[in-house]
Design a protein around this ligand. Structure first.
Ligand SMILES: [Zn+2]
Length: 137
């Protein structure tokens, strides 16, 4: 999956702002390229888990359907652990078509890694952070 430096900074800023709890959000895009970052509320309000607030999810789905965007990835933070899927993350079945971007705030610099998680199988996928180019969209 690909996103821009500015989008990655937006994700990291949201993750930092939600500490000590996990932050979560949706990266909408086309063909593996992120077009829009949606910071959503974590309904769990927990340092160890996340659940995208249902109102936020509905709002994002409405907008992305209108604008013909896919859920490229779901992102969430690990405030104190590494950027590896937790047992709970592996068991998630909510967005099988989306990738999962995990941002670890455990140490500086923060680390982001992306995974495909399907039916309990985890595969890391390349996370490409690109410099802004005016014609990417
Ligand atoms: Zn997690």
């Amino acid at each position: 999956m690909r996103l821009t430096v500015a989008q990655m900074h937006e994700v990291i800023a949201h993750c930092r702002a939600e500490r000590p709890n996990e932050a979560c959000g949706i990266l909408a895009g086309r063909g593996g390229r992120v077009v829009r970052v949606y910071a959503t509320r974590n309904a769990d309000l927990s340092p160890q888990s996340f659940l995208i607030n249902s109102e936020d999810q509905f709002r994002v789905m409405t907008e992305t359907e209108r604008d013909d965007l896919e859920f490229t990835a779901i992102y969430h933070s690990h405030p104190t652990s590494d950027a590896l899927p937790s047992q709970r993350d592996v068991q998630l079945t909510t967005y099988p078509e989306a990738l999962h971007l995990i941002v670890s705030l455990r140490r500086e610099p923060v680390v982001g890694r992306a995974y495909r998680i399907v039916e309990g199988h985890v595969t890391e996928v390349p996370l490409i952070v690109e410099k802004e180019v005016s014609d990417v969209r």
